[in-house]
Ligand binder design. Structure first.
Ligand code: GLN
Length: 487
């Protein structure tokens, strides 16, 4: 197997046995980036020299046999919404096209301390708004399984990268499916952890009450390894949870016999592509074979999840994005302006893309006097009902199974002009963000040559069980071992 296709687990084994060095591994991945990224376009920035330098340091650490972690010497990259000290951080937007942060996000610091090797920054939909990576202000990313298709979004660069061997793992952000949906489209594993499980410090906020930071990896074992490193309380993020972080990898082999798997009726009604449904039914049979008790459950307010998600997103995002005004950092207009107000208006007019402007306008509208009660407040009330749906479902079962997306990867350009159709691709992923519960997307088969993802959804802080079930599934199936053939 090529070095760039190694799992973290396997690469770690080889690094520790000194069969390969981090410099060799990092160089192999960088060579693969040179070979394939001109076609895939997963990266906005590659920091080659810095990566090789970090790899050299990791080799010294590995050689001394001290302070070695499972990620020491492993090359990875982050979505471009995470601040990286001294490295351009654009969030996929023209308004931050030349922005170089003075500090790094906590997640990057933690990985740095663990000895992981940062390769660069991944392309994304502008400020995380989108489901296809087509809203990046810079270029489209292509799906490694079919270059004419989207990789999903908004962490599309990250998913395409891990799938094509352009990084061994990636860190993404999931506000309404942005880790899981592209993971599903690109045949990799993606976890949206419990809200607050991973620090958001240094992540450029989209929706502060939904945003969750999580890993994109080749398999469940790797996902558990990365979460282990990045999870936990961070004094710099008041919403990060104080609960202890379990050692996820030690319980992976526990039997799942007898665990209760709930199939939410509402997720199997709403216009799923036939090929996706067939694959999902096959996956349910695998879980039955593994001894799980499968039962139907109901999440009665599912229909409201998408409108509630978008209403709250518009409102919170419009407030979060107010800080980009051309006066402090980031892009500032070159036009001659008469006043500070004109400077702000002109900068925002030039700096934000169409989708971002649409959402800011809708947010300002839903928060304005006279509409606040009818839209924002009502959406928050329905959000409580959705949270309640999950609470009562988890009284009857340990975990829920759902499709990640109703379709496989669609064609580049197919939905770009029709925002509502684009929003509909998020139909199965947003409710978990409203409820704050964790969800793991993993490969479960193919429909007409394109990958299909399924989600395992758990109760708050149940990542350990999600990993156990996902691991048992991957021990029984081969989907996660399939790599795209890119010509
Ligand atoms: N498709 C979602 C949206 O456009 C993705 C948001 C996210 O998770 N960053 O809002």
């Amino acid at each position: 197997m090529e070095l760039y296709n190694l799992s973290i687990r396997k690469a770690h084994e080889l690094l520790v046995k000194k069969q390969i060095s981090s410099v060799e591994l990092t160089s192999a991945v960088l060579a693969n980036i040179h070979r394939l990224d001109p076609k895939i376009r997963a990266y906005l920035t590659v920091v080659e020299q810095r990566a090789l330098e970090q790899a050299r340091k990791a080799d010294i650490r590995l050689h001394s046999r001290e302070n070695i972690t499972p990620l020491t010497g492993i090359p990875y990259a982050v979505k471009d919404c995470f601040s990286t000290r001294g490295i351009r951080t654009t969030c996929g937007s023209k308004i931050l096209q030349d922005y170089i942060p003075q500090y790094s996000a906590s997640v990057v610091e933690k990985l740095n301390n663990a000895g992981a090797v940062l390769l660069g920054k991944h392309n994304m939909d502008e400020f995380g708004m989108g489901s296809s990576c087509e809203n990046s202000a810079f270029f489209n990313t292509h799906n490694p399984w079919n270059l004419e298709r989207v990789p999903g979004g908004s962490s599309g660069g990250s998913a395409a990268s891990v799938s094509a061997g352009l990084s061994l793992f990636a860190i993404g952000e999931d506000t309404g499916g942005s880790i899981r949906m592209p993971a599903g489209f690109c045949n990799i594993v993606g976890l949206k952890p419990t809200y607050g499980r991973v620090s958001r410090y240094g992540h450029i906020a989209l929706v502060s009450s939904f945003d969750s930071v999580g890993p994109l990896t080749q398999d469940v074992y790797d996902c558990a390894t990365v979460l282990q490193t990045i999870a936990g309380k961070d004094p710099k993020d008041g919403t990060s949870l104080p609960d202890p972080v379990p050692i996820y990898t030690t319980s992976l082999e526990k039997s799942i016999n007898g665990l209760r798997l709930g199939i939410p009726r509402e997720y199997f009604q709403a216009g799923m592509e036939a090929g996706v449904e067939t694959v999902l039914q096959d996956a349910i049979r695998v879980f039955e074979k593994l001894g799980m008790q499968v039962q139907e459950v109901s999440l009665p307010h599912t229909r409201a999840a998408l409108p509630v998600y978008y209403l709250i997103l518009f409102a919170e995002a419009s407030a979060n994005l107010a800080r980009f005004d051309g006066t402090r950092f980031g892009y500032s207009t070159n036009q001659k302006v008469e006043s500070v107000i004109d400077l702000i208006l002109q900068t925002r007019q030039e700096g934000f893309g169409e989708e971002v402007k649409r959402r800011i306008m809708l947010g300002a509208y839903t928060l304005s006097a006279g509409y606040y009660d009818a839209y924002y407040l009502k959406a928050q009330k329905v959000r409580s009902l959705i949270r309640e749906d999950f609470r009562s479902a988890f009284e009857k079962c340990d975990v829920l199974l759902a499709p990640t997306c109703p379709t496989t990867a669609f064609k580049i350009g197919e939905k770009k002009q029709d925002p509502l159709t684009m929003y509909l691709s998020d139909i199965f992923v947003v409710a978990t963000n409203l409820a704050g519960v964790p969800a793991l997307s993993l490969p479960c088969g193919f429909s007409e040559g394109l990958p299909v993802g399924m989600q395992l959804i758990g109760n708050h802080l149940s990542e350990e069980i999600l990993f156990q079930i996902g691991y048992a599934y991957q021990a029984e199936t081969e989907w996660h071992n399939m790599h795209p053939l890119i010509t």
